[in-house]
Design a protein around this ligand. Structure first.
Ligand code: NI
Length: 387
């Protein structure tokens, strides 16, 4: 263990009770995407108290940024946390359970915000050792997508060389991290399809153009994008998640509505899928005399971790946690994360921070980011900032 790491760990232990308090306060007072007013104010107050520089609020929505070592030369390392909660009713019965009906930190962004605040606090006490300025990004609206894009549009990546974020992960033990270079999480797009036929009496189908039969063929045909058109070595998901049509036993409706998600792990392959869908939908509709409207909404790109940044995280992880606690993730996941927007602009990486295997899954009503994971995340982020 390096001398800096020993000092970081000591500082982390000193500030930990305060950060645990912050985490529980945030857990009790969650705010939905785009409404993170009080969370942002709390973050800004702490950054001010610890003497961060160039603190800005209202960045791309309710985003907050601050810098340590502003007078230092050179491009910055950015550390990012997300702040928003989910529209889920919490049921775990924690003493600090959400006080807001139907809103909770079911993805652990309370833990991410507290961890990054902890790192800012530790580094504010060690700022004379910083080799380059560190920028702290507290991002709103991750769950609804748009928070990262808003902050980027506001210019947060100016003079930033690389960016790092973490996500608490229930399948990893506390004290462990999971890393992976290259694709780590999937792109996620959505589509809305209206198939228009002409309705009529169910007993006389030949007098109608049945949108249900047409849309059923479309559901089947769309599966051939991943099974017949894209290489088996490229992972693509085309999932129809909604199929709405009809109101009666004896009436063929005029329209059918399909909605769904498209995911992938390769941004080039992703760019081709919309055209493939359009061709298949147009072809099936033509075959069955129907018409259609297809709206394809691009969501988040693939999270592609930079190999050099991952090497730095690996080294910092080995120093802080021990090499045996740095796990290399064999496979990406098809979940999505708007951190991908930063990675389109500059090199960076997201890693997974173990919150323990006894914790329930992300986005469930009993999820609770483990306080035990906080010191490991704080120390690791602080370690990345120092030489
Ligand atoms: Ni999340």
């Amino acid at each position: 263990m390096s001398p800096q790491t020993a000092e970081i760990l000591a500082a982390t232990q000193r500030i930990l009770p305060e950060i645990v308090g912050v985490r529980r306060h945030l857990h009790r007072n969650p705010e939905l995407s785009g409404s993170e007013r009080e969370t942002a104010a709390l973050v800004a107050n702490h950054l001010t108290a610890w003497g961060l520089e160039k603190i800005q609020v209202g960045v791309g929505g309710h985003g907050v940024t601050g810098i340590l070592g502003n007078s230092l030369d050179g491009p910055m390392l950015a550390l990012r946390a997300d702040m928003d909660a989910l529209p889920i009713q919490e049921t775990g019965g924690l003493p600090y359970q959400s006080c807001k009906a139907g809103v909770m930190h079911a993805c652990g962004h309370d833990g991410h915000t507290a961890t990054l605040l902890g790192a800012a606090h530790v580094l504010s006490e060690m700022r004379e050792f910083l080799p380059r300025p560190i920028k702290f990004l507290f991002q709103p609206a991750e769950e609804t997508i748009g928070g990262a894009e808003g902050m980027i549009a506001a210019g947060v990546l100016e003079n930033v060389e690389s960016i790092v974020a973490l996500h608490g992960w229930p399948n990893l033990e506390i004290g462990q991290i999971g890393i992976r270079s290259g694709p780590m999480m999937a792109s996620a797009d959505t589509f809305d399809l209206t198939v228009r036929g002409s309705g009529g009496h169910a007993a006389y189908p030949h007098t109608t153009v049945d949108p249900i039969v047409t849309a059923s063929h479309i559901v089947q045909a769309l599966q051939t994008i991943s099974s017949r058109e894209i290489s088996p070595l490229d992972s693509v998901v085309v999932t129809v998640t909604q199929f709405h049509a009809g109101t009666a036993y004896n009436v063929i409706p005029g329209t059918a509505e399909l909605k769904g998600t498209v995911r992938g792990l390769n941004n080039t392959v992703r760019d081709e899928i919309q055209a493939r869908m359009e061709r298949i939908v147009a072809g099936v509709c033509a075959a069955f005399r129907a018409d259609y409207t297809l709206t394809y909404e691009r969501g988040t790109p693939v999270v592609v971790n930079d190999a050099t940044v991952i090497t730095r995280i690996e080294a910092a992880g080995a120093d802080v946690l021990g090499a045996e606690n740095v796990t290399y993730l064999e496979t990406p996941t098809m979940g999505a994360e708007d951190f991908a927007f930063y990675l389109e602009k500059i090199p960076g990486a997201m890693f997974r921070l173990g919150v323990g295997t006894e914790v329930t899954a992300l986005h469930t009503p009993t999820y609770n980011f483990s306080d035990g994971a906080l010191p490991h995340g704080i120390a690791l982020l602080a370690r990345l900032a120092l030489p």
